[in-house]
Unconditional design. Structure first.
Length: 253
């Protein structure tokens, strides 16, 4: 079930069977010259949509803007402060808890959101309100990266470009993939003697991309989407089976 497509009447009836809320969270930020600004939230939304047909799942509307200030030098990037995203996710999950759905998976499409999502999840659990698991699609398919690509992949690289080819091919400027990789580093960030000096993306990549985007393919993207969706489905299975009280920290049991 997709909550936004229901009425209050149909939602009220359907939520009786729901065990897990799925909340896609992404970003609107530069992804080089070849990929759309909405890459991260589109990927999260697509992954979440793979479990929307389950009777025990409600997919919530996507939160599109994330923690992306480090991309601010590139045109079109939007961002919110980490504490704002944390509060927004917390309030959204808490809203579902008032309707009886107290378990959630936050499907994350942007690495910059990770800390804020973890803090929100910890607060919800500590307060005994809900149990929310942040889930980033790339962490579930890391074993596939070496099989599919020679380069590391990374931001706007081969893996993200492949994902977008699979879910929204019409939005990928394939003729710009080579330009996206010009001067791009192999991996994310820049360090000097163990210290991170690449605070902003523009500090270490002139195009905004990382790795070699020309390795991308729709076929690789379909493999990634299929593998990640299987992992998400298995995670939802596991979470749906857990008694809520056993997911809480000791003082709430």
């Amino acid at each position: 079930m997709r909550l936004a497509e229901e009425t209050t009447t149909t939602a009220g009836a359907a939520l009786d069977d729901v065990e897990v809320a799925v909340l896609p969270v992404g970003s609107v930020e530069q992804h080089g010259p070849a990929l759309p600004l909405g890459t991260d939230f589109m990927a999260a939304e697509a992954m979440a949509g793979t479990v929307a047909d389950r009777n025990d799942v409600v997919v919530l509307p996507t939160l599109p803007v994330g923690v992306s200030e480090h991309h601010r030098q590139f045109h079109g990037t939007l961002w919110t402060r980490p504490e704002i995203l944390e509060a927004y996710v917390l309030d959204t999950v808490e809203s579902m808890a008032t309707h009886g759905v107290r378990k959630a998976v936050v499907v994350n499409g942007h690495g910059g959101n990770t800390d804020a999502l973890t803090r929100a999840a910890r607060r919800l659990r500590t307060d005994g309100t809900a149990f929310a698991l942040p889930w980033s699609w790339w962490n579930s398919v890391t074993d596939l990266f070496d099989d599919l690509f020679d380069s590391e992949g990374g931001h706007a690289g081969a893996s993200e470009s492949s994902i977008m080819m699979a879910i929204a091919e019409e939005l990928v400027r394939e003729e710009e993939l080579a330009a996206a990789g010009e001067g791009a580093p192999e991996g994310w960030g820049e360090t000097v003697h163990g210290a991170e000096v690449g605070f902003d993306t523009v500090d270490f990549t002139p195009t905004g991309a990382v790795g070699d985007p020309t390795e991308a393919s729709c076929e690789a993207g379909e493999h990634l989407v299929e593998a990640a969706s299987e992992e998400l489905d298995a995670l939802v299975d596991w979470l749906a089976d857990q008694p809520f009280e056993e997911l809480l920290p000791e003082p709430h049991r």
